[in-house]
Design a protein around this ligand. Structure first.
Ligand SMILES: Cc1cc2nc3c(=O)[nH]c(=O)nc-3n(C[C@H](O)[C@H](O)[C@H](O)COP(=O)(O)OP(=O)(O)OC[C@H]3O[C@@H](n4cnc5c(N)ncnc54)[C@H](O)[C@@H]3O)c2cc1C
Length: 571
């Protein structure tokens, strides 16, 4: 039982992903809130773009964000801690019921990043007090004209004769900036051009809430500061520390996007299988069509893989230290790979349920729209692939020994995330040998996948991309997709061992992994600059998974069809 099912909370949060009492209660409270709100009201609020004030009020009353997002040192009780294990599950629940609810939580996490990373103790205490009072937080990094290019930040602080500052500039796409008394705002000092993070309060006169730039339940703000007074007490960090805390905050936050995808896909899968499994056409059930079975089984296997990978990446986040920064590879992959797989899952489901996916009273209608957002936020897929290719050389050719990383489901506060240090030196990070989990399996599709990997590794040495190719981001993205697949498979297998996933299920996952490898090899083959030797390798990488009707049928009946009528959101 790996997938979230609100009807089976005891199994999910009692056995599969064990939680302590208060954490279990928090998950229950969140699920109850949405089940009681019900599908009709959730959909009505979505259609009418009603701001989620009810959810914010609820989390305030139950002190949910305060418990989950306050490090123990600043917490109001012993249950407070920043615990990625339980935050993963909370993320998933919010995505499961509606991305808008997840968004206010997510941007609070981002807003709190530069605060918990700061040396300004008074502001940390203030943040803890505001959390306890039920407030949400905001992260003012993006500017309208500059997109991913944060070097070009224009928000600036000008020093005044009394030593204080005035802030001027505007920020764009900032969630919660309409109601947050503590908007972590990134800027530069006017003279030195040094970076700075300071807090701004939406209630002050010099804070101009210009508009909501989206037409949704979310308030994604444009705000401008006009001679906004900033004192030394409002400054979170400056110079290199401010820069690092911007990047390190995104490191923490972007991981959550994968979990939102998992939540969305899980709910959509229940709805789709239940619809198709009960619908009769030509005197048979839609789920009797072979292609429908194929699409559903693929969607299920992809979703399971998303969850196995994201759970394992959480282990490495929680276990991270200055000596072990492997999370910096796995974490962007949760962002870029899990979220794009989420799109694939929804595409598959939508092809099956067709017209139903447009109906206004389905969850699916929201899922089909929202799943698209996640690969695009907090760094696009391109930005994240460009980031991970920096790890490729060490990953394949210079493995390092690390102690085993067991499942990290303990009650610890993940304070290293707020002490990540300088956001550089990526090419020095070493990884444990990726062969270890692969060699623990000898089933046909995993074996085929290993063969594809061996060819790719040979490609890198015998047909090494030229300097020009290495500077060509389009070519690099092609390489990066294949590299990402190898890492994806590695962590999936590590978790298949931890969660004792049966070999049939692993094989079904590697059925699509082999096909995806072939697809990406063909993509690399088609790049304009691919040389003849490279072409030959790409052709050899194209493989077909091993068919096994018995295995397929077993998964279809025992795992996919088992989801029919297993869960439906209360009306
Ligand atoms: C609903 C929503 C909510 C948001 N919430 C917040 C928030 O609360 N706080 C906040 O600060 N921001 C927020 N954002 C901004 C969001 O993080 C950015 O939109 C996102 O990082 C991508 O920037 P962009 O869309 O401007 O793309 P651009 O930066 O304009 O990119 C254009 C193209 O260039 C490519 N590209 C850019 N740089 C690189 C690179 N280095 N390597 C390879 N390719 C590259 C991109 O992939 C893209 O295809 C939000 C955005 C939205 C839509």
């Amino acid at each position: 039982m790996m997938l979230l099912n609100p009807n089976q909370r005891n199994t999910i949060f009692g056995t599969t992903y064990p939680l302590d009492d208060r954490s279990f209660e928090i998950m229950n409270q969140a699920i109850d809130f949405f089940e009681m709100k019900g599908k009709r009201k959730i959909k009505e609020d979505d259609h009418q773009r009603t701001f989620y004030a009810d959810f914010i009020e609820f989390q305030k009353k139950e002190r949910l964000f305060a418990t989950l997002l306050t490090p123990n040192q600043y917490g109001f009780d012993s249950n407070c801690r920043w615990d990625t294990w339980r935050n993963c599950h909370f993320n998933e629940i919010l995505g499961f019921y509606g991305l808008a609810y997840w968004y206010t939580w997510q941007v609070s996490i981002l807003g709190l990043g530069p605060v918990w990373m700061s040396k300004n103790e008074a502001l940390k205490r203030q943040a803890a007090d505001l959390l306890l009072a039920g407030h949400v937080f905001a992260f003012g990094l993006s500017e309208r004209a500059h997109g991913a290019d944060i070097y070009a930040t224009e928000m600036n602080l000008t020093i005044q004769p009394d030593g204080s500052y005035r802030a001027n500039g505007e920020k764009y796409y900032i969630g919660n900036a309409n109601i947050s008394p503590m908007v972590s705002t990134f800027g530069r000092f006017a003279g030195t051009k040094d970076y700075v993070f300071f807090t701004a309060d939406y209630r002050k006169g010099e804070y101009d809430l210009v508009k909501n730039v989206t037409a949704s339940q979310n308030y994604v703000a444009e705000y401008a500061l006009h001679d906004y007074p900033v004192s030394e007490e409002d400054i979170l960090s400056r110079g290199q520390e401010a820069w690092d805390s911007a990047l390190n905050t995104v490191n923490v936050g972007k991981f959550n996007l994968g979990w939102a995808s998992i939540g969305i896909c899980t709910h959509a899968l229940y709805e789709a299988v239940t619809h198709a499994g009960n619908r009769r056409l030509y005197n048979m059930f839609v789920t009797d069509f072979p292609h429908v079975r194929q699409m559903f089984t693929d969607a299920y296997a992809r979703l399971l893989a998303m969850k196995l990978f994201a759970l394992r990446a959480s282990d490495y986040m929680r276990n991270a230290s200055p000596a072990d920064r492997r999370y910096l590879l796995y974490n962007p992959m949760v962002k870029m790979k899990v979220t794009t797989q989420g799109e694939e899952v929804i595409n598959l489901l939508w092809d099956v349920i067709a017209a139903k996916g447009f109906e206004k009273d389905t969850y699916f209608e929201m899922a089909a729209r929202d799943i698209r957002a996640l690969p695009k936020l907090e760094g696009t897929v391109h930005v994240n692939i460009a980031l991970i290719v920096k790890f490729m050389l060490n990953y394949f050719f210079f493995p390092e020994k690390y102690p085993e990383t067991p499942r990290q489901d303990g009650r610890q506060d993940d304070i290293f995330l707020f002490n990540q240090g300088a956001a550089r030196g990526l090419s020095q990070i070493r990884f444990h040998d990726y062969n270890l989990p692969y060699d623990a399996f000898s089933s046909p599709n995993v074996t085929r996948f290993k063969y594809q990997i061996s060819l790719f590794k040979e490609f890198l040495t015998a047909a090494t991309p030229s300097e020009t190719q290495q500077k060509d981001i389009d070519f690099l993205l092609g390489l990066g997709e294949i590299f990402a697949l190898v890492v994806y498979g590695q962590l999936i297998l590590e978790n298949a061992l931890i969660y004792a996933i049966d070999v049939n299920t692993v094989e079904q996952v590697f059925d699509f992994m082999v096909r995806d490898f072939s697809r990406h090899a063909l993509n690399l083959f088609s790049k304009p600059s691919t040389t003849n030797t490279q072409l030959e390798y790409c052709k050899r990488m194209i493989e077909k998974p091993e068919p096994d009707d018995g295995r397929f049928l077993a998964i279809w009946e025992s795992q996919v069809m088992a989801l029919k009528d297993a869960y439906e959101l209360q009306p």
